[in-house]
Design a protein around this ligand. Structure first.
Ligand code: CMC
Length: 434
């Protein structure tokens, strides 16, 4: 084997092929490791594990590069709508005019929810987190759209993708409306993707919400920059579920659950909570940074750090500029943006963050944009989920289209008790659990 990795184990030598991606990323193919050596690899948190080969998104974390299907996000951000980028991510090339028009029509036609689905919203308490409603309702969608169980070729997958992307937006707006006790607003067939979402969020029966071009542009950009991010926690979850041959909607609803956590999509809420806490407590930025560095009460600088980026997250650069432009154009002065900048400057000049290569990530500035648009805090992670839908669908499709695909089934190194026996109830004298 010319390009191979060698492992010495128990006096024996084994060779494993080195594979190379199109961007020259190298990986040791250990798929025969256990069969040949009886050993497995251990990589807690998967920081060194390539769980798949994928042609959707490329990230160079050291250089701060992110490309969808080979195209830099900086290029797409200035030229494309979210819907075009979604199609690119799902089908692998930029849509032609015919592709774009067909997909747009499918999205428009799919925007209304089945009337029976509306009853489900009544079952949730008003304080229900919208992420709980979103994941439950996406699963419910698969019950109402049986065609998704049969999605097998590009045509039926395109229809299923449009149904999911379109209705997820309707569900998100409906979850918000039920949480504030307002009637659900029907989608309009004359509005584009982002405008239609804003209409369903903010119109009321007696007053139509008319979004400005600035707001629409900012939200389009927000969705576009969240559209995919290779094998993060939620996307890996979607692939895991998809590998069992679960349908697209079931797989993506699992992705919503994974995204909910504060270390993942929930970080955009955590950033605003953190900024609010600093403002309200009157604590100085310097003191807050000290608490973070001393790991006091487990405090982290939310919106900073990334498993893959050891440099500026390219999305945060674009969002920072977009946030500044949006506030200027809307004539809003948000002290939170000033505070976020002061905090970022303090961190970026501090050895703790420099040594660990911790930079602002996508969630650091996105909250400022969402606040300016009027999106309530409890909807922030839902907004991330709407944006991430194309990436999840594309990853589901990649698994679906792979004829060699096997169910995902990692192994483990067992560290529990050995050779235990059953003990009768009256002899169980363990100390209390808590
Ligand atoms: N604030 C303070 N210290 C940090 C932070 C932070 N935000 N992030 C990492 N560190 C420290 C960490 O404590 C560790 O320090 P030490 O070497 O002393 O033990 C070191 O940096 C390495 O961190 P890590 O825990 O190995 O990093 P990770 O790759 O496991 O975690 C992360 C990545 C994103 C979960 C983490 O940086 C974090 O919790 N950030 C804050 C939450 C956040 O903003 N999440 C959004 C991520 S981007 C959007 C998304 O993908 O969902």
């Amino acid at each position: 084997m010319s390009n191979a990795a060698r492992i010495e184990l128990d006096g024996k030598s084994y060779e494993f092929p080195v594979v190379e991606g199109t961007e020259h990323e190298k990986a040791i193919d250990i798929s025969k490791l256990r069969a040949q050596t009886g050993h497995i690899t251990l990589d807690d948190g998967y920081g060194n594990t390539g769980s798949c080969a994928s042609s959707i998104t490329y990230i160079d974390g050291d250089a701060g590069i992110l490309r969808y299907r080979g195209i830099p996000i900086e290029d797409l951000a200035g030229k494309c709508s979210f819907v075009e980028v979604a199609w690119l991510i799902i089908f692998g090339r930029l849509p032609t005019l015919a592709d774009r028009d067909r997909f747009t029509d499918l999205l428009t036609e799919s925007s209304r929810l089945d009337e029976n689905m509306k009853k489900h919203f009544d079952g949730f308490p008003t304080y229900a987190p919208p992420m709980a409603i979103l994941s439950a309702m996406i699963n419910t969608l698969s019950a109402h759209n049986e065609e998704v169980w049969e999605a097998h070729d590009d045509k039926s997958i395109e229809i299923a993708a449009a149904v999911l992307m379109s209705k997820v937006r309707t569900i998100a707006a409906a979850a918000y409306k039920s949480s504030i006790g307002e009637p659900l607003v029907y989608p309009r067939y004359d509005l584009k993707y982002v405008e239609n979402f804003l209409h369903m969020m903010f119109s009321v029966p007696y007053r139509n919400y008319e979004p400005s071009e600035t707001v629409t542009k900012a939200l389009n950009l927000f969705f576009l920059l969240h559209a995919d991010h290779e094998q993060n926690c939620s996307t890996s979850t979607v692939r895991m579920v998809a590998s069992s041959k679960a349908n697209m909607f079931a797989s993506c609803s699992a992705g919503v659950c994974a995204l909910w956590g504060p270390l993942h999509g929930g970080a955009n809420v955590a950033v605003i909570d953190m900024l609010q806490e600093i403002q309200e407590s009157g604590i100085s930025v310097k003191e807050y940074v000290r608490k973070v560095k001393d790991k006091e009460d487990g405090v982290k600088l939310m919106g900073f750090g990334h498993r893959v980026y050891r440099n500026f997250d390219p999305r945060s650069k674009i969002l920072k500029q977009a946030a500044e432009e949006l506030l200027t154009e809307m004539n809003i002065s948000d002290p939170m943006l000033d505070l976020s900048q002061e905090l970022a400057d303090a961190a970026l000049n501090d050895d703790y963050f420099i040594e660990r290569k911790l930079y602002p990530n996508v969630d650091y500035y996105s909250g400022v944009i969402l606040r300016a648009i009027g999106i309530p805090l409890n909807m922030f992670t839902v907004m991330f989920a709407i944006g991430r839908m194309p990436g999840w669908i594309a990853n589901w499709k990649e698994i679906h289209d792979d004829p060699q695909g096997r169910i995902y089934r990692p192994r483990q190194v067992y560290t529990g008790p050995v050779n235990q026996t059953w003990v009768p109830k009256e002899e169980r004298t363990y100390p209390p659990l808590y």
